[in-house]
Design a protein around this ligand. Sequence first.
Ligand code: DNO
Length: 391
Amino acid sequence: MEKTWRWFGRKDKITLDMLRQIGVEGIVTALHDIPNGEIWPLEKIIELKDYIESYGLRWSVVESLPVSEAIKYAGPERDQLIENYKVSLANLGKAGVTTVCYNFMPVLDWARTDIFHRLADGTYTLYFDKVKFAYFDCFILERADAYKDYDSEILKQAEELALTISEEEKNELIDTIIVKTQGFVNGNITEEDRHPVALFKKLLQLYDGIDRDMLRENLVYFLSSIMPTCEQYQVKMCIHPDDPPFQLLGLPRIITSASDIEWMLKAVDNPLNGLTFCAGSLSAGLQNDVPEMAKRFASRTHFVHLRYTGATPDGNFMEVSHLNKRLIEVIRAFEFTNPTLPMRVDHGRLMLGDEDKGYNAGYSFHGRMLGLAQVEGMMAVIDDEKNNLKQ
Ligand code: DNO
């Protein structure tokens, strides 16, 4: 697979020069300065593409061209927003950047409760703690009926947490769930917003009465509307699975399992309607046999995110090393069926001085570089297997 890296543009402390030195081939990025819902101008796309190419790299994938909330909940401005989306897609197509990652998760993109979970070796990883999340839901958001979504043991622990948590820890939890992990991915809430909880509650209200079936309908409406543009410019759309792949905060989530993916690929049965195979997101759902899913969906996968989680039956999960037996199986599935696919090492631990650089949550330098080295090793072993089979 092509070795790509998520880079956040010229403001990123990790420069293209650094990436060239560590063997990266392709760049995954977006026009991060353009507000969600606005058109991406052709000149700006070309300017960024030229800049990337001036380092001998290529702009392999757009991550993400964000889908505005009103498209997801079918607000009155949805058709205008879809028109804008189509113009952005056409402009990307004209510039020759033709793989586009997006997601259809309402309000909250990925969810974690800890972005500095310390491991025994002194590094830090990302963690989702169900009790802390239940506490956030029931005691901070005070969402009506939230308690119905958790079992009594989790609720008991969340109540205990409510009695002991300090103001500082509480603010850190809010900052992690709705600001630090979100600001750079969908722009719904940013560091500048003074009242993130109030804003977040308003966003949640937009989805009152919207269930899984309605969200599915809205996804099909969106995909069917953009497919003619995708065909004209041969743009490959690749939806990112829900992270984590289960229902949260009473919001519907529709890309969580093999049957959800099967449904979405059939609902708009066009090869340009495809998948970002995020092994890490899918692995946090105990329902998912991830290597099996990689084999099954390889032909409709346009982009791969490599990482893995350790999920436990109590609903917690932690991001684990990239050097992982299951990830080898995932890589094998793609190397054998679709070896030119762009893949990026997703997330990395904080290590060796990454801690105080202010990187976007999950996007460390040393941690991801280690992950890339491990993935390259696994790919080399698999390439050998392929060559041996040929002989
Ligand atoms: C988090 C990312 C997601 C992803 C989007 C794609 O690290 O995996 O934010 O970029 O969901 O649209």
